[in-house]
Design a protein around this ligand. Sequence first.
Ligand SMILES: [Zn+2]
Length: 362
Amino acid sequence: MSINNLPWAMVYNPDEKKFEKTGFAHWDVSNGEVWVKIVYATICTSDLHTVSGRRSCAGPCILGHEIIGEVVACADVDDYYGHSLQLGDLVTWSVYAYDAQDEMAVKGIPQKSSQLYKYGHEVLDEDQIMSGGFGSHCLLKEGTSIFKLSNNFSYKVAAPLNCSHATVAGSLRLAGEIKGRNVLVIGAGMIGLSASAMAVESGARNVVTTDIDDERLNRSRDFGVDLVLSHHLSNEDLEIALTDIGGIDIVIDTSGSPDAIEKWISKMNIGGTAVLIGSVFTQRDIHLNAEKCVRNLWTIRGLHNYMPQDLAYAIDFMENNHQRYPFDSLVKNEFKLSDIELAFTQAHRGEDYRVGVYVDQP
Ligand SMILES: [Zn+2]
């Protein structure tokens, strides 16, 4: 059978730093598995970290984990809410599959289970399981939380749900009560814009954004931001702006910049909470004055991956708010899967919030 009739993927080889068109066999699903035809994927910043070498990758891999697909085979599997999946359902799913009996899952931290299976990250072994977004199909393993999607919003809006928006939902969960609080979001990329809009919809008193890119900062006003703080503001003007709104209660860092994290944690109000989600690459330690942390009753939390409930929250958020905020406009350039190298070249330029990838015929 030629590759034209078979599932295929653009497999990334980290040693040669390139993608290679590779054919796969159709998968016969066993109990608990779902075979999905991928309809759209977006290139996440962590995919860029992998290809640029900032994040390690052990071997050939099908990258891409911001994915949506259509169920083409499934063996008696329910979605997250307990409704049975049907052929043709448009779905998204948690970025990982886990074993509910695992010690970490029992502790309430399923995303750190010992046998975690992470879409878009698994090394291709002799089983040749399609597990990433930059292919024609993906096998969803037992222990994946699967969600049916409506056709209310576009693929461009839906694809980033299971990484960007779900992680943001998790960060707000960890931040605690948002209503009536001043929230500062560091970084006005896709995740920062999502955090801003979700904080607005959660009843934040003021949502403030900061970024080193003034153009992106201005764009954040379309996502409900009340105040933007340019990187170029003098310390004096910054203090005046913060005093005017009553300071910052919650910091959500999406930038992963140690400098920014140190700066903004040190400015938090008494009782402030900082949630760090951007630091997913090797970096230096941050400096924190422990006495200030103690006397100011600060809480500092980190989130990696997220909980399935966060993806549920993100999907509900998007169902209710996709018309209120221009998420659709954040994916401008789209490439066919065969041209994945071009898609990455475009994404590496840093001009796009997300680059879209759709499956073509090889
Ligand atoms: Zn991601």
